[in-house]
Design a protein around this ligand. Structure first.
Ligand code: 2P0
Length: 349
């Protein structure tokens, strides 16, 4: 029994922030400075797949990331320890027999995790990655239903907490010092607006020069624009929720575009400044504004995270026109992978 080994494999999706998380009120517990809201994508082409093998006979936890043995970071180690703690609590609650408890407490994990897209390039790989490892470990210990996995995933990477749910998801900054009220929750299910579609344009798949964690710290320390963020985000999230449930694309798109531009203005205002956008990113911004002008309405939105890669959001009815224009304007130059994505078919809440 002691030598027995088990394994489980799970997948987790990427989420696209519509109103962005940028800045922390507590860096240790990864508590955000402002509320944020996102849409979860289908995990078929973007996202992470994780296999966890576990046994009491393994000597230590280990990690293989994208095929390479990798040192477990202090953040991931926090996630693993919190999951073990949650398991012990659950074992006491359900009065698990002492022998099983002893044996399961000694489990060590061999985590093998693979991102389906470039890692650390502003394509939300840390979000799906940490959400996936959390989901896999909680599955291994049988506690997916008894814990809030968003709280555990958040300890690995802030945006990961939003990838635990499908649909339109809000992560509240919360007020408690221990972070107990800083959780991600589904606001509306994906089925509210199944016609929404996404194209991810990989302008540059290389690792970014200034990571999000450092970029956020710099903005918190030096940009006065950050003072506006808590209220601005609350107001914008209200608008996003209203537009989403009423399926009013132009209203939704305007907020998405403005919040992406605010994030990058803050980055430029930070000292030393951070610029995540390239000339191709800027050309894509112009392209979307010119297209909306030609269509006489805001039919397409763009948003950029901490990287040059562009998420384009639109309704299905504009898919062929948009694809055709993108293919003719950009793909021949330097933009690759114009894959279409949708929201997941599953709805968790
Ligand atoms: C977001 N980003 O809301 C924002 C928009 C990037 C720009 O969350 O330090 O990798 O691990 O909590 O989650 C990227 O930040 O940062 C991010 P940590 P994370 O999606």
């Amino acid at each position: 029994m002691e030598d027995a080994e088990w394994e489980c494999t799970v997948e987790a999706p990427v989420n696209i922030a519509l109103v962005k998380y940028w800045g922390k009120r507590d860096s240790e517990l990864i508590l955000p400075y402002n509320d944020s809201v996102s849409l979860t994508l289908d995990e078929e082409k973007l996202g992470t797949r994780t296999t966890v093998r576990y046994s009491a006979s393994y000597e230590e936890d280990s990690l293989v990331l994208n095929g390479k043995p990798t040192v477990i970071s202090s953040r991931l180690s926090n996630v693993i320890e919190e999951i073990r703690r949650a398991f012990r609590k659950q074992a006491v609650r359900i009065k698990m027999n002492a022998q099983d408890l002893m044996s399961m407490s000694r489990y060590r994990f061999r985590i093998e995790t693979n991102n389906k897209m470039p890692t650390a390039a502003g394509l939300a790989s840390s979000a799906s990655g940490m959400a996936c490892i959390t989901f896999a470990l909680c599955t291994a210990l049988g506690i997916t239903e008894s814990v809030d996995m968003s709280e555990l995933a958040r300890l690995g990477s802030g945006s990961a907490c939003r990838s635990i749910h499908g649909g339109l998801v809000q992560w509240e900054a919360g007020k408690e010092e221990d972070g107990s009220d800083s959780l991600a929750k589904q606001i509306y299910p994906a089925s509210t607006w199944p016609e929404l579609k996404f194209i991810v344009l990989v302008v540059d798949g290389e690792k970014k020069k200034v990571g999000s964690t450092e970029g956020m710290q710099r903005s918190m320390a030096t940009s006065e624009y950050m003072l506006l963020r808590p209220k601005q985000c609350k107001d914008r999230i209200q608008e996003v929720c209203w537009a989403f449930q009423a399926k009013l694309f132009p209203a939704l798109a305007e907020v998405i575009i403005k919040d992406s531009n605010t994030l990058h203005a803050i980055c430029r205002d930070s000292y030393p400044p951070v610029n995540y956008l390239t000339r191709t990113s800027e050309a894509l911004i112009d392209f979307v504004h010119r297209l909306n002008e030609a269509l006489g309405d805001v039919c397409v939105a763009y948003t950029f995270d901490a990287g040059p890669n562009c998420f384009v959001i639109f309704e299905e009815k504009h898919e062929s026109l948009l694809m055709w224009l993108l293919l003719h304007t950009f793909i021949e130059n330097d933009v690759i992978d114009p894959t279409i994505h949708r929201q997941p078919k599953w709805d968790d809440d």
